[in-house]
Design a protein around this ligand. Structure first.
Ligand code: PLP
Length: 359
């Protein structure tokens, strides 16, 4: 070995490490994973069959244009094919959006705390993150985000509902924000959890994108659709943003298994609705139980709840670990707990009840 090592970009030194939700510990008591906002249900009816059929052609590259899926999405959302782009999970598409708009010296604005990939993909591009603190209610502070815009701003993420707090931005507030962001700044509405929203005051980003050329909507098959393991998400954006997404895509990045499973999932609408409704009902049950225990939480419209535990976050996560549920702590800030199987939620509620007495 020579003493020299390859020169890496200095920007990588500032890249935070993505911490995936811990898996459930093998050999533990009962082990449930409530740490990654996954769907506890198995794939929707018809999905496994499509995936298995696609797997029989694994010796071939997938359809790079994702034509079947794109046609399905274009029809469903009433958008032109040229406004659609798929990627390896919506986080892959989010990374392409940053790469397409921002480089060294440019700024990317997002709320904080929000989805932990935002600082990572911003830094990887060599751009500068501008983190705007959430309000006291753990919601986006859109006025402060507007005030943070400079000549160097290239992209703004609005995560609606916000991961990890579950809070939402309402229609009037969001529209007023979009109308005041300069037209040459891209606004990405990250709607990874939109299917779980029951607050009628929250807009569908696709309605807002239609007559705004600087708005892009990000969606995923990982959450409500339950395909987290297949890595497939998509964006809806006007040209030239959609074209930039096609340019920055990893060639053949979305497998045929993922494409065909996504199409089958879209065609299983009724079962999807039932499962999402069941998770939303379970969310209501968990939230009510926590309120009864004396917890005050931000209102969540996603498939998780946020316990603002501050410096007790790691202790709470450790107590959950011991009881057989794995949750997602953010040190010094809070704990995010996914709504999962009823038994898992019950274990979490028992831990929360005990822990509450100590606070
Ligand atoms: C807000 C938000 N956006 C995007 C993603 C990425 O999801 P995926 O890459 O699985 O589509 C997540 C996943 O946790 C998320 O919470």
């Amino acid at each position: 070995m020579t003493e020299k090592t390859p020169k890496l970009r200095a920007a990588l030194e500032a890249v935070p490490t993505y911490k995936p939700g811990k898996p459930a510990a093998p050999g533990g008591p009962v082990a449930y994973k409530l740490s990654s906002n996954e769907n506890p249900y198995p794939p929707l009816p018809g999905v496994l069959e499509s995936a298995v059929a696609a797997a029989s052609t694994l010796n071939r590259y997938p359809d790079m244009a994702c034509a079947g899926l794109m046609a399905e999405l274009a029809e469903r959302f009433g958008v032109p094919l040229s406004h659609l782009a798929t990627g390896t999970g919506s986080v892959g598409v989010a990374q392409q959006l940053v790469q397409s708009t921002a480089g060294p010296g440019d700024e990317v604005i997002y709320a904080w705390r929000s989805f932990e990939a935002y600082p990572i993909i911003t830094r990887i591009a060599g751009a500068t993150p501008v983190e705007v603190p959430l309000t006291e209610d753990a919601a986006h502070d859109l006025e402060a985000m507007l005030a943070a815009i400079t000549e160097r701003t290239r992209l703004i993420f609005v995560c609606n509902p916000n991961n990890p707090t579950g809070t939402v931005v309402g229609r009037a507030e969001l529209e007023s924000f979009l109308d005041r962001v300069p037209g040459d700044v891209l606004i990405v509405l990250d709607e990874a959890y939109i299917e779980f929203i029951r607050d009628e005051n929250v807009p569908n980003g696709i309605d807002l994108y239609r007559d705004r050329s600087n708005v892009c909507v990000l969606r995923t098959f990982s959450k409500a659709y339950g395909l987290a393991g297949l890595r497939i998400g998509f964006a809806i954006a006007h040209e030239p943003v959609a074209a930039a997404l096609r340019k920055t895509a990893v060639p053949f990045g979305v497998s045929q298994v993922a494409q065909d499973a996504a199409v089958a999932s879209l065609r299983s609408e009724e079962a999807l609705r039932e499962r999402v409704d069941a998770l939303v009902a379970e969310r209501a049950r968990v939230v009510e139980a926590l309120a009864g225990q004396g917890w005050t939480l931000p209102v969540s419209q996603a498939n998780f709840v946020w316990l603002p535990l501050g410096d007790r976050a790691l202790d709470f996560a450790a107590a959950c670990d011991r009881a057989g549920v794995v949750v997602r702590p953010f040190q010094g800030d809070g704990v995010r707990v996914t709504i999962g199987e009823t038994e898992a939620n019950d274990i979490f509620l028992r831990v929360a009840e005990e822990f509450r007495k100590e606070l």
